[in-house]
Every structure is written in structure tokens, then in C-alpha cells.
Design a protein around this ligand. Structure first.
Ligand SMILES: *Cc1c(COP(=O)(O)O)cnc(C)c1O
Length: 362
């Protein structure tokens, strides 16, 4: 059967080059070959996260590290900043880890703003907060710099940031922002197969983790640091993923990070233009739209065109492309198109042609 190209916001299309690297012959994960591989990619990962801290490799999806951050860092109470399906879920995860947790909930489609976070942190109840930079379910990008600026006012609160669908598509300067944990799964903006997450911790986060008695084993951040110092991982990693990451980092640095960011802005603007051309409006609050995916309103917001989304999806799929029909409680009243990863103006234009075709048949 012919491959249907993924334009859903994760997992996304993986290049043949990355897949070839992914299927490299296995090596031992305690041998010099693996250490050399890790040593080679470490400075590149540090360049990507703009950090001097070691960047860790976790064989898990993003949620492994997201749960791990809660277990490693929260002893008093965590503030879960919530504006969509993934960020909302983090409150549930905090509670399932047995932690005191409180929601800062804003309506879906709105971003998290610094002033609201400030008000909550001013109560002095919290020792950590969770934030999703790019809420993939609603297509909203929250103003990370504005929120991270609060770190100066609340130095004892650990800032845990999920950049699963934004890291490598927009600059996120870990050290400069003084955030404490930054994490991403590789199947979204990195355009790699699912199953690996990367993350970094501040010295304060590592110091806190060292005091925590119930941080578990698999996601023990202290173990990640100890092993990374030796160019290793705590347990047997998905070695294929590390090869794929080596290949992907080579792609990113060959293109140049600035060019990569500009390409995402451009292809995202093209999707917004496509939506406007067909009379659609966007779901996110104006000014806070993601640049890696577009969440298009299909009745979720007043005004704008409404179409039969499952039919649109089928008509596009018949032409070889998969788009998303909306996530969670906005399934059907929105739909989403991803421009993450390796997409160019040329490849996105093929998708718009298929979408144009489909629209004529609706
Ligand atoms: C997809 C996604 C997740 C969950 O990632 P998994 O890899 O499925 O664990 C978390 N946060 C964001 C922003 C996502 O887009």
C-alpha cells in the first residue's frame, strides 16, 4: 500500500536519511563506539538548546520525562499551567504521582500569560510549575520569555517546560531563560521516529532531585546526569534512535538553525494563508498562533467557514496526505495541519494543492 504522508502534528514524516540511520547495525551501549557517538552529538544538542548543561537522552516518549520531572522536583506543590489537552493532562499526572497540584486553567485557545502565573506564584505555595510552550492540541504558543522572566522574582520555584512540538523549530535558549527542565519528544519537531526524548536540567533542578527520596529509578534525573558525564545513558537506550538523532542533528546544523527557524515561519504562514483563502479562521487567540502547526476553526470560533472534516480528511488522504481532524473536545470543530520537521515551501505546496482539490469536492 502506498505511504500516506503525515501532516498530522505528530508523529510526523521521517526522511529516508533518518530512517536509514535509525536502522544502523547495533553496537553495545557500554562500549567505546556508543560513548563516541554520544560524545559527538552532545555539543550539537547543547547548541540546539543553547546550554552548557548536559543534554540527556531518554528512551521513552515525552510523557516519561514529564512524569519524571514531577517525581524528581516536586515536594511542596506544583502549579500546572493548563491551556489544552496536553497541558491539562499534566495536572492529572501530578496527582497520580501523589503530589499536591493546582491548576492554572485558561480557556482552550488562549495562551498562558505571565501576569496570571505571577499571581499564583505570589501565594508562595509552589516549588515547581509545569508549562507547555507549544500546546499541540490547540495550536497555541505561550509567551515563554514573558513567563520565564518570573524566574528572577521566584528563584526557588522550578520551571519545567515542555517544548515537544517546538524545540528546533523556534529558538529556545535554556540557559538564558534560566528555566530548570526543558524537554522534547523526537517524533514532533525533530521529525524522528517516536520513542526518544531529550531533556536538560539546571543545576538547581539536579540539586533538588538529589534530595528527593521517591524519584524512582528509570527517570531518576541524578542517574541521567551521572551517566551523561560518561557519555552514556542509565539503561539500555534505543540505539537506533541515537543514530537517527546523529543524522538529524547533522541535517539541522547543515541547514543552519536560523534558516530552520525561518523555514518554519514561512511554511506556517503558507498554511495560514491557505486557511484564509478558503474563508477559515484560526482557533488560537490572535498573536499566539503556533509556527509549527495550524489549528483551524471549523465552528469552534464564531464566523469562518465550516466543512465536513472527516470528508475533507478522506479526500486529502485519497491523494496521499494525512491531516488531523481535531484533538479532544475540539475534535471536528477544529482541524490541524503540521508544517513541522523537514517540510519546505515545495512540499507544503503539494499538500495545499491536494487540499484545494478536496475543497472543490466538498
Ligand atoms: C505529543 C505531545 C506530548 C506527548 O508526547 P508523547 O511523546 O506521546 O509522550 C506532550 N506534550 C506536547 C506538547 C505534545 O505535543
Amino acid at each position: 500500500m502506498a505511504h500516506v504522508k503525515l501532516h498530522i502534528p505528530g508523529p510526523i514524516e521521517v526522511s529516508d536519511k533518518t530512517l536509514r540511520a535509525f536502522r544502523s547495525p547495533m553496537i553495545g551501549h557500554r562500549g567505546q563506539g556508543f560513548k563516541d557517538l554520544c560524545a559527538k552529538i552532545q555539543p550539537q544538542l547543547q547548541q540546539l538548546l543553547y546550554t552548557k548543561q548536559l543534554v540527556y537522552l531518554s528512551t521513552s516518549s515525552a510523557w516519561g520525562v514529564m512524569e519524571g520531572a514531577i517525581r524528581n522536583l516536586v515536594s511542596k506543590k506544583v502549579l500546572n499551567c493548563m491551556c489544552g489537552a496536553f497541558s491539562d493532562k499534566w495536572l492529572d499526572v501530578s496527582k497520580r504521582c501523589g503530589k499536591e497540584a493546582e491548576a492554572l486553567q485558561v480557556p482552550w485557545g488562549s495562551p498562558i500569560r505571565g501576569a496570571e502565573v505571577d499571581k499564583k506564584l505570589a501565594t508562595g505555595q509552589f516549588d515547581a510549575l509545569t508549562l507547555i510552550h507549544n500546546e499541540t492540541s490547540t495550536g497555541v504558543m505561550s509567551p515563554l520569555a514573558e513567563i520565564a522572566a518570573l524566574k528572577k522574582k521566584y528563584p526557588d520555584v522550578l520551571f519545567i517546560v515542555d517544548a515537544v512540538s517546538s524545540l528546533s523549530a523556534v529558538p529556545i535558549k535554556f540557559d538564558e531563560l534560566s528555566i530548570d527542565v526543558l524537554l522534547a519528544g523526537t517524533q514532533k519537531a525533530f521529525a524522528m521516529p517516536p520513542g526518544l526524548a531529550v531533556f536538560a536540567c539546571s543545576p538547581a533542578a539536579l540539586a533538588k532531585a538529589a534530595t528527593m527520596k521517591d524519584r524512582g529509578y528509570y527517570f531518576d534525573f541524578v542517574e541521567f546526569q551521572k551517566n551523561a558525564e560518561q557519555n552514556m545513558t542509565p539503561s539500555t537506550p534505543s540505539i537506533g534512535h541515537v543514530y537517527a538523532l546523529e543524522s538529524k542533528l547533522e541535517d539541522m546544523l547543515t541547514e543552519g538553525l536560523e534558516a530552520r527557524y525561518a523555514r518554519h515561519r514561512k511554511t506556517n504562514q503558507m498554511t495560514r494563508d491557505w486557511a484564509a483563502k478558503h474563508g477559515f479562521t484560526l482557533y488560537p487567540e490572535k498573536g499566539f498562533e503556533s509556527v509549527t502547526l495550524t489549528c483551524i476553526s471549523n465552528g469552534a470560533r464564531p464566523g469562518g467557514r465550516i466543512v465536513d472534516v472527516p470528508k475533507l480528511q478522506k479526500l486529502v488522504k485519497d491523494q496521499g496526505f494525512l491531516i488531523d481532524g481535531g484533538y479532544g473536545k475540539i475534535k471536528g470543530t477544529t482541524f490541524r495541519i503540521s508544517n513541522m520537521g523537514d517540510e519546505t515551501e515545495a512540499t507544503m505546496s503539494q499538500l495545499y494543492a491536494a487540499l484545494d482539490n478536496a475543497m472543490k469536492q466538498l
